[in-house]
Design a protein around this ligand. Structure first.
Ligand SMILES: [Fe+2]
Ligand SMILES: [Fe+2]
Length: 340
């Protein structure tokens, strides 16, 4: 995709991804998870210390490192057997509390990649419908119920307004083409519409719109940090957001959700495409070494998203048309050839 694709081709690809994902969906929730409200984050276990009895006594592990789209990774320094962990499936609440430590999570599981050490992925409560600004942080409480989930989505869309304003301003400062700067400003306006739309849905499902919050965008330190962030939050995060929204626009049983997500999907896809254009410009500006770094970041973010998926609500899944884990994986896998 970084070598330019027409918007029509991209839209067609997303449509076929949605059809493919619908075919693999099991039609049920995405499996057992930690209880609603998130997992307690009161653990004070040493980051590299020996784990308590909930894990194997010889289990060593690192500190949670926050990743794109809301989760965190914990590197295992012992084998799965030493840690007493399964290679697949959700870990217990006790295990997540210890491994994810202070990171606010609603569940966790082992994440394996060929040729790499196993990690534990700590799910956040991020519905993947927004783009963080440079110093943005995901909320510290989980939102599993539909009203809270939608209010969370509204908050993230509102945060995306700040993210695109910051991006426009920093791209201009780093000498990016005017077309990219203008597109970011236009995207900020679209994100403001998404925020209003999600807030209306939150109210429709019995929730409240999120209160206003001060902007957290303070600017990127360098073009490289902007570009790395763009790979995670833009290319992969916004693409996942577009795919999920497109899926919801087809599968939600609530007509208001279908209508709202249709508009969101189209514009999120524009944001993903814009992120790819920004990535292409940044690669040229940073040179071959910088470009390779961005390639690695994109692949890491993509594979992580493929392994974990976006966080969805635990109820009202059919009303919202939220993809289960199999469908989310199929959605993303379908666009792999144009992302990587
Ligand atoms: Fe959005
Ligand atoms: Fe967006």
């Amino acid at each position: 995709m970084r070598h330019c694709r027409s918007a029509r081709a991209l839209t067609a690809l997303v449509e076929s991804a949605v059809a493919l994902a619908a075919a693999v969906s099991s039609g049920c929730a995405s499996g057992p998870r930690a209880e609603d409200g998130g997992i307690s984050t009161t653990s004070s276990v040493s980051v590299t210390g020996t784990a308590p009895a909930k894990l194997g006594p010889d289990c060593k592990f690192g500190k949670p490192v926050v990743t794109g789209c809301g989760g965190a990774e914990v590197e295992l320094r012992s084998t799965l057997a030493e840690c007493g962990l399964p290679a697949e499936g959700d870990l217990t609440t006790e295990q997540c509390n210890v491994l994810c430590e202070t990171f606010p999570t609603r569940g966790c599981r082992v994440y394996t990649r060929p040729g790499a050490k196993e990690k534990v992925y700590c799910d956040a409560s991020n519905p993947c419908l927004g783009r963080l600004a440079s110093r943005g942080r995901h909320p510290r409480v989980s939102a599993r119920r539909a009203p809270l989930h939608l209010a969370r989505a509204a908050r993230m869309e509102a945060d995306s307004v700040d993210a695109f304003r910051e991006l426009a301003s920093d791209l201009a400062a780093f000498g990016a083409p005017v077309a990219l700067v203008r597109a970011c400003r236009r995207s900020a306006q679209q994100e403001a519409r998404h925020a209003r739309s999600m807030a209306r849905l939150a109210v429709r499902f019995g929730g409240s719109p999120p209160p206003p919050r001060a902007a957290r965008a303070k600017g990127f330190r360098s073009l490289e940090s902007l570009a790395l962030h763009n790979e995670r939050e833009g290319v992969v995060g916004e693409m996942m957001g577009a795919l999920v929204a497109a899926y919801q626009s087809e599968r939600a049983s609530d007509p208001k959700v279908r209508g709202a997500m249709k508009a969101v999907a189209r514009e999120e896809l524009e944001h993903a495409a814009l992120s790819i254009r920004i990535g292409a410009w940044a690669r040229a500006a940073l040179g071959p070494r910088g470009a390779r770094k961005l390639d690695r970041e994109r692949a890491r973010a993509f594979n992580r998203m493929l392994a974990t998926g976006p966080a969805g609500p635990s109820d009202c899944q059919s009303e919202l048309g939220w993809p289960d884990r199999a469908a989310a994986r199929a959605l993303l896998a379908a666009v792999e050839p144009v992302i990587l």
